[in-house]
Design a protein around this ligand. Structure first.
Ligand code: PXP
Length: 249
């Protein structure tokens, strides 16, 4: 992986959200994963939620078996999902906090809380044993990122940046957290609430190797098609990454 490379893992949860609006078989997350791959996605992500409100186990199994790109599963600390994922053996698992009533993931895991750190370690050990890489979704806070040392990766939460894209301190926090994570030997991802308008500045952070993006791609796909929505996102990420490299002092 070189500095110029930035990967896109496309989250297909909201393809399943649309399917579940009618409890039918379309649109299919499996088909979306295929199209995403054709459009240049480097990976597929699914969040298996406790209530299975969108992605079901079957979706993850079909994507794992039939789509030859790395699969990342996002999950909270749930025993039943852990048992399923131990069988599925995706490439990566991103551990996230999950509150039943939340509309979407609300923040990173606060690793300064003993219980969370303990749970991350337990899940990490179990998943590591079957060859799955494990990371935590964390807010861009140095004291939290430090505690992720020893995991395979972190995913830095970009929600606040997306809410206040012109607040330099928030962007700096994302950047310094990415640097710290990279210095700690972690593979660095970022994501949540990224779209075509705000992804550029995140893609310019050289320590970030991969972005996880879902909702804005699916939203745009309604108007321009899924293949184009994915390829535009990938092209935008690469454009900004290369610009950063070309203008580096
Ligand atoms: N990263 C994490 C940890 C998430 O929970 C989600 C949403 O499932 C995403 C990234 C993707 O966020 P969005 O759908 O806003 O692009």
């Amino acid at each position: 992986m070189t500095l110029s490379e930035i990967r896109l893992s496309v989250n297909v949860d909201h393809i399943a959200t649309l399917r579940e609006a009618r409890k039918t078989y379309e649109p299919s997350p499996l088909q979306a994963a295929f199209v995403a791959r054709t459009a240049g996605a480097d990976g597929i992500t699914v969040h298996i939620r406790k209530d299975r409100r969108h992605i079901k186990e079957k979706d993850a199994v079909l994507i794992r078996e039939l789509v030859p790109v790395p699969l990342t599963v996002e999950m909270g600390f749930f025993e039943d999902i852990l048992n399923f994922v131990l069988e599925l053996k995706p490439d990566k698992v991103t551990l996230v906090p999950e509150r039943p009533e939340e509309v979407t993931t609300e923040g990173g895991i606060d690793l300064t809380k003993d219980e969370n750190l303990r749970n991350v370690k337990i899940f990490y050990e179990k998943l590591k044993d079957v060859g799955v890489k494990v990371g935590a979704f964390v807010d861009p806070v140095q004291d939290i990122v430090k505690l992720a040392k020893g995991l395979d990766f972190v995913e830095i939460n970009t929600t606040r940046y997306a809410m206040f894209p012109d607040d330099k301190r928030i962007l700096e926090a994302v950047e310094s957290s990415a640097k710290l994570a990279s210095d700690l030997g972690l593979y660095v991802m970022a994501g949540h609430a990224l779209n075509l308008n705000n992804v550029g500045r995140i893609a310019q952070i050289l320590e970030i190797s991969e972005l996880s993006i879902g909702h804005s791609i699916v939203s745009r796909a309604v108007f321009v098609g899924f293949e184009r929505a994915v390829s535009e996102m990938k092209e935008t990420m690469i454009k900004y990454r290369l610009l950063r490299i070309l203008t580096r002092q």
